[in-house]
Design a protein around this ligand. Structure first.
Ligand SMILES: *Cc1c(COP(=O)(O)O)cnc(C)c1O
Length: 349
């Protein structure tokens, strides 16, 4: 793969915005370069200075935790920002395409539609894996990007590593492995393979296992050259000061992280063990995430509506390819999981 050739010509040619904080780093006694308000902030807390555009302090901690170099990390306003930037970095509107593997996360499609980028779909098998035939199609695709979601949303399963590796070796564009749920998975992250594959981009997020969905912080890991391109096109101050400060606090709380992660895994195993005993449950799909895809009979949408009436909201995935009859159940607190099970057992149908 030649990275420069994958990048849109206008992006290759453009000069990035040089912010005040790019041109001068650190602090001086008198800071009059960024049109900030030196008097202070409204609302009590001080946010009158622009944040670090490259989030160096947060990246240093993420680098330590993930065993990668700081230059291999991009941080964004959720991983959704990274998805959009990767698309805009590589795909010329009304000309280029991305490839997705349905059923999968909806944002890839939305970002492509927004950017007037075509979508090629290669469906997963009935057990949500890549067939040989599907891999052949992926390798022959002219798409600039393929999104490989593993563990996959909404199905919960990991894609077989051998299949992902064949794509990494043979696909001529970027391979974006979305690992939003990797903290719940019994498999090593693809970040450990970055040195081997220059076309690999790994997405992770603080929204799931870290419990910081409201903060909006996502991570992309890739070669320093690709991260350089993402930095070139990102909004200059894309991660707020609050987010950076709170991310540092979160990253320091490894005990809290580990406790929640273990509790959610235990909740998942309890739900997965208890659900098959519910009469209306036809199948519980294996999960390496913090949710379970469950097939209900005879009418999953009726079950969805019934749960809503009981004050329990789950995700109706019945219209997704390969997910007929399926609801996606997020693992909650032990009490919430019990409430869900009790309600399902009491289903009047
Ligand atoms: C939840 C989720 C994300 C996270 O998105 P953020 O913008 O970081 O909150 C990314 N990818 C998948 C597949 C998800 O399910």
């Amino acid at each position: 793969m030649n990275l420069d050739e994958l990048i849109r010509p206008n992006v290759r040619a453009m000069k990035p915005y040089a912010s005040a904080r790019d041109e001068f780093q650190g602090t001086a006694q008198v800071m009059l370069d960024a049109n900030e308000n030196s008097l202070g902030s409204v609302g009590g807390q001080a946010f009158n200075r622009y944040p670090d555009p490259l989030q160096r302090a947060v990246k240093a901690e993420v680098a330590r935790l993930k065993q990668v170099g700081p230059g291999q990390i991009f941080l964004g306003n959720g991983s959704d920002e990274a998805i959009d930037l990767l698309l805009r970095l590589t795909c010329v509107p009304a000309r280029d395409s991305i490839l997705i593997l349905p059923p999968t996360y909806g944002m890839y499609e939305v970002a492509a539609n927004l950017n007037d980028v075509a979508i090629e779909r290669v469906p997963l098998t009935a057990d949500f894996q890549l067939s040989d035939d599907a891999i052949t199609k992926v390798l022959a695709s002219p798409a600039k990007l393929v999104f490989v979601c593993s563990p996959n949303n909404p199905t919960g399963n990991l894609l077989h590593a051998a299949a992902v590796e064949r794509i990494l070796r043979g696909f001529p564009g970027l391979v974006v492995v979305d690992e939003a749920y990797s903290d719940f998975a019994a498999a090593p992250s693809w970040t450990s393979r970055l040195a081997e594959f220059e076309n690999l981009v790994v997405l992770q997020t603080f929204s799931k296992a870290w419990g910081l969905a409201g903060l909006r912080l996502g991570m992309a890991f890739a070669s320093p050259a690709l991260i350089g391109y993402l930095n070139k096109i990102k909004p200059p101050y894309n991660v707020s000061e609050t987010t950076q400060q709170h991310a540092l606090a979160g990253l320091a709380d490894t005990t809290g992280f580990e406790q929640m992660r273990r509790a959610l895994l235990a909740g998942r195993e309890q739900l997965a063990a208890a659900l098959p005993a519910v009469g209306i449950v036809e199948h519980v799909f294996p999960s390496d995430a913090n949710f379970l895809l469950v097939r209900f009979r005879p009418d999953a949408t009726a079950v969805y509506e019934y749960l809503l009436g009981r004050g329990i909201v789950v995700r109706n995935r019945t219209t997704q390819p390969g997910c007929a009859g399926c609801l996606r159940l997020t693992v909650g607190t032990p009490a919430e999981n019990q409430q869900l099970l009790a309600a399902l057992h009491q289903y009047p149908g």
